[in-house]
Design a protein around this ligand. Structure first.
Ligand SMILES: [Cu+2]
Length: 145
């Protein structure tokens, strides 16, 4: 078995475990509170303003979202940034099954397509941005019904 197979098999086992736990506990890391679908925050390093808005109510499975970036100081839109979006389910310690596609849409907006939230419950969506030598990042929390 090669490394790729081993990784995807391990990941599949974690998702399966999580599914079993879900059916027993009737909740996968969720305490029933629902986080707002539109979220906006200054990044952890204070350099950029992040706004992340789902294109539609979040569902179990693939989701499309729109990220908008501004300079925290000047309010200028951030274009041409290098962006990474990852999602983990903290209560279960597993990641989204694959990374979303990210496409620049102009005027500081970026389309995040196919964010794979594979289970109901609370997800921690981590956005990391690199732009002209400046790095900033933020965590947004979403509840998938
Ligand atoms: Cu889970």
């Amino acid at each position: 078995m090669n490394d790729t197979n081993r990784i995807s098999r391990a990941r599949f086992s974690r998702v399966l475990l999580c599914s079993l736990a879900f059916s027993w506990l009737a909740a996968c890391g969720g305490e029933g509170s629902s986080a707002s679908p539109d979220q906006e925050s200054i990044g952890l390093r204070g350099a950029m303003q992040f706004k992340l808005v789902p294109e539609a109510p979040l569902v179990q499975g693939e989701n499309d979202l729109r990220l908008t970036l501004r300079d925290a100081e000047t309010g200028a839109v951030v274009e041409g940034a290098l962006i990474e979006v990852t999602a983990i389910m903290p209560a279960m310690g597993h990641e989204a099954t694959f990374a979303p596609a990210i496409e620049e849409a102009g005027d500081g907006a970026y389309a995040v397509r196919g964010l794979a939230l594979s289970m109901p419950g609370r997800w921690d969506v981590h956005v990391r941005v690199e732009h002209q030598g400046t790095i900033d990042e933020v965590h947004f929390y979403y509840d998938v019904p």
